[in-house]
Design a protein around this ligand. Structure first.
Ligand code: XUL
Length: 526
């Protein structure tokens, strides 16, 4: 029998499945189900429910449950050998929360395969909708929690991050303040990840140290609920939270619902899920401390692994538990592709190939020209009032502006990742813009290290499948090693390595100071 493992990723816009065969190190199945298209009756746009308040972003936990039924039905139809799957794990969009009433444990334990998950779950919610990571309506609650915990530096060193609007603690506090009765009726609070794991396991699942760190509620060093943070957030919170556990920890056999309905093996293990970013760390093979990756997507994220827990005193970056043990760091820059696209539109540049040619036609350092690309309010550095700023840069020079936008993004990554104390010798680049060699050359020169492209379209789901394998091997007493487990699954694209140019790297060492001064000047006035 082939040793198969299933990883699911419940993200903002879709649910993805990846099945791996451990012995051949192959991904044997991948599929994604887009929420808006597959389940239009939930009326989401890009996975988000409509709200009159632009700061409020919610989704529906029933939509995620319906998607789980659909993806299993799809696997059965596609003749995936579901009976050969030894363990299932997963990852979820981080920070989002699900509110269950006291009937939930009994309903989960007795899921009826004659009905759909949605029908089964009809009476278990204490709150119909779930706030998700895009929500930024909790500025007041963040300030209250931060104040009670002793300020930015202390909140970050205690929980791994300063209080952020999208983090679960501030969201729970807002729920408690605005709907105290519904809060009181809430018996269990789950994250997206632990809610989905609960459906698979047929019982309330633990929250892992990776996703748990995105709540402002977990003591990041001791990996237990932080009683002061809980008290600062809402009353009686400890009772409503599940246990904390390592990612991939075996909860027990999968619920009979999935065995009877879809043919999963009755002995297959349901394991603890994690967040999509911690799962991507595994999916990209970033196991050793000091390894780092840059994902150039709608927003740009810089993340890597860290042995010791170092937190960011300025409160911009995050520290989460890594599923491979130790920690991971993450910095999220909102103006990623979004800003590059805006510059492309502004200068009417036909396509990304042209954009790359413009960048390549200009000199490293841009003769000192700097562009701060804050088209949208920025997370890092914190910019509440959007606006772009140019310093010694000719607005009419299209090529110089193309170089400037990416130089600023790379310089910002270098500047704002210094607190991590990680000096990577190579960085993996992934995401849409990573196939542009001119951009990757700028990145290699600014960071003064090798950059290699890695194309793992479903890195979170792959990481989740590997996490399932790790959980199963642990139970089977095989003493698994993460570096061996990921080997062969995540390889950089052959020939994609870009080496830093020594001369250009020196120019950027000097430009970094000017860039930092420009940021300070702009932040004072914006
Ligand atoms: C990380 C974050 C996002 C979500 C996306 O802090 O908010 O990357 O995890 O799903």
């Amino acid at each position: 029998m082939a040793r198969l493992f299933l990883g699911l990723d419940s993200s903002t816009q879709s649910l993805s499945a990846v099945v791996i065969e451990l012995d051949t190190r192959k991904v044997i199945y991948e599929k994604s189900l887009n929420f808006d298209q597959a389940l239009p009756e939930y009326k989401t746009k890009n996975g988000v429910l409509h709200s009159r308040d632009p700061l409020v972003k919610h989704s529906s936990p029933l939509l995620w449950a319906a998607a789980l039924d659909l993806i299993f039905a799809g696997m059965k139809k596609d003749r995936v050998a579901l009976g050969d799957i030894l363990a299932v794990s997963g990852s979820g969009q981080q920070h989002g929360s699900v509110y269950l009433n006291e009937q939930a444990p009994a309903v989960l334990a007795g899921l009826n395969p004659q009905k759909s998950l949605v029908e089964n779950l009809a009476g278990v919610f204490a709150r119909k909708t779930s706030p998700i990571w895009m929500d930024s309506s909790t500025t007041a609650e963040c300030a209250e929690i931060r104040k009670k915990l002793g300020g930015i530096k202390y909140t970050a060193s205690r929980t791994g991050s300063d209080a952020f609007e999208r983090f679960t603690g501030p969201q729970i506090r807002k729920f408690y303040k605005t709907e105290p009765k519904a809060y009181e009726k809430t018996a269990h609070i789950a994250l997206v990840s632990s809610f989905m794991a609960s459906l698979l396991a047929g019982k309330i699942a633990p929250i892992d140290f990776g996703d748990g760190a995105g709540m402002n509620l977990m003591d990041i060093r001791r990996k237990v609920w932080d009683m002061d943070a809980l008290k600062a957030t809402a009353p009686n919170l400890k009772k409503k939270l599940p246990l904390l556990a390592s990612s991939g920890y075996a909860i027990g056999p999968v619920s009979a619902y999935f065995v009877q309905k879809y043919g999963l093996n009755a002995e297959a293990l349901a394991t603890v899920w994690t967040g999509d970013n911690p799962a991507s760390v595994i999916g990209l093979g970033l196991i050793k401390p000091g390894q780092a990756a840059i994902s150039l997507g709608t927003s740009d994220t810089f993340f890597g692994t860290m042995e010791k827990c170092l937190t960011d005193e300025s409160g911009e970056g995050h520290v989460f538990g890594s599923p491979a043990g130790g920690y991971m760091t993450l910095i999220c820059f909102k103006n990623g592709s979004l800003a590059r696209e805006k510059i492309r539109e502004l200068y009417k540049i036909a396509d990304w190939k042209n954009f790359g040619e413009f960048v390549a036609s200009t000199k490293p350092g841009n003769d000192g020209g700097i562009l701060l690309p804050w088209f949208e309010a920025e997370i890092v550095p914190r910019v509440h009032q959007p606006g772009i700023r140019r310093f010694d840069l000719d607005e009419k020079n299209a090529a110089a502006n193309c170089r400037a936008v990416f130089e600023a993004q790379a310089l910002s990554m270098r500047l704002h990742s210094q607190w991590m104390g990680v000096a990577p010798d190579k960085i993996f680049a992934t995401g849409g813009a990573s196939n542009d060699r001119a951009l990757l050359q700028v990145l290699a020169d600014v960071m003064n290290c090798r950059v290699l492209r890695i194309e793992v379209s479903k890195s979170a789901a792959l990481g989740a499948a590997l996490q399932a394998a790790y959980g199963w091997l642990t139970v089977a007493d095989k003493n698994p090693k993460w570096d061996k487990l990921v080997a062969g699954f995540c390889q950089p694209i052959p020939g994609s390595e870009i080496r830093p140019d020594k001369k250009a790297a020196k120019i950027y060492d000097a430009l970094l100071e000017k860039y930092a001064a420009c940021e300070c000047e702009a932040l004072d006035v914006i």
